[in-house]
Design a protein around this ligand. Structure first.
Ligand code: CAA
Length: 279
């Protein structure tokens, strides 16, 4: 399949990688030369890691399936485009309006990897709401097997079936369906849990290390909630919290002040080198 990915950050690079590893022809679009170079480096670094662990035969061979471009026009012939840009509603709406003009095939699917923004809002930016839906991956994308498939009220059954088939049969992921509500299934449960851990730290109730050790050793989580927030990115965690709060007005969904201050300070977790921990 001719797949397009918009955005080559943490999620976009991972999505491009799993598509290319599944033998798909992938065009990734990033904006500007520096980001294109950084995106390419991110993908090849991850593929080299997979090669050194014997998960793939040749990183170079997989890389042949991927080209990273800096012009959305490179997506004109794509059959499926997955958007993975910053978690910001206006940015996504503008991008989908552009994709609607650029992607030629009328039956092409325009998907968003949004973590929490309602798909219906995104679809209204296009003239083809029946072909827009959410395909939501989990970080690290090459490791975690889940994909949430999120049809909006106007997504056709055929589009949903094709997307599900792509996730399961082509990528080998496990797909679950989610209704089009902020947070979908996983983040509606996971993010309030992370926010509770941040409030526990903020109130001085326990240290970051004790909170994380508690959940790793006492509940067999692969990593504690604060380290996980660092992995997701504190800006993304805060953005998901705001979407959940906007939708449900549930106080537990509101970003705690400590999270907001850390984002304002540029302490975004692993990707910036410092969050609840230093990297
Ligand atoms: N890319 C590719 N592979 C990676 C990787 C990455 N970024 N990070 C880790 N791996 C692989 C390693 O190569 C290793 O593979 P092997 O077992 O075959 O050797 C395996 O994953 C385990 O990695 P490590 O031994 O280095 O470290 P770990 O055991 O501590 O695992 C982890 C790291 C995979 C991140 C694990 O801690 C984990 O699964 N954490 C939970 C992650 C999670 O919950 N993610 C969901 C976030 S929510 C989200 O993404 C949705 C959203 O909308 C925000």
């Amino acid at each position: 399949m001719r797949v397009g990915v918009v955005g080559c950050g943490l999620m976009g690079a991972g999505i491009a990688e799993v598509c290319a590893r599944a033998g798909q022809d992938v065009v990734v679009v990033e904006s500007g030369r520096e980001r294109v170079e950084a995106g390419r480096a991110r993908i090849s670094h991850s593929l080299e890691r997979a090669q050194s662990k014997g998960k793939i035969e040749s990183a170079a061979q997989v890389l042949e399936n991927i080209s990273v471009e800096d012009d959305l026009a490179a997506l004109a012939d794509r059959e499926l485009v997955i958007e993975a840009v910053v978690e910001h509603e206006q940015t996504k709406l503008e991008l989908f309006a552009q994709l609607d003009q650029i992607v030629k095939a009328t039956d092409a699917i325009l998907a968003s990897n949004t973590s929490s923004i309602p798909i219906m809002k995104i679809a209204t930016a296009t003239g083809r709401a029946s072909h827009v839906l959410g395909i939501h991956f989990f970080n690290p994308v090459p490791v975690l097997s889940l994909v949430e498939i999120v049809p909006s009220l106007l997504t056709s059954d055929e589009t949903t079936r094709r997307a599900e088939n792509f996730a399961q049969e082509v990528l080998g992921k496990h797909a679950i369906r989610s209704p089009d509500r902020a947070g979908f299934v996983v983040n509606a449960l996971l993010v309030p849990f992370i926010l509770s851990a941040i409030r526990m730290l903020e109130s001085g109730f326990a240290t970051a290390e004790d909170i994380d050790e508690g959940l790793v050793r006492g509940a067999a989580h692969p990593q504690g909630p604060l380290r996980l927030a660092d992995l997701i990115g504190l800006d993304t965690t805060a953005a998901i919290a705001r979407s959940l709060y906007d939708e449900f007005k549930e106080p537990l969904f509101a970003p705690p002040p400590l999270l907001s201050r850390m984002v304002e300070a540029g302490l975004l977790g692993r990707k910036s080198g410092r969050g609840f921990y230093a990297y």
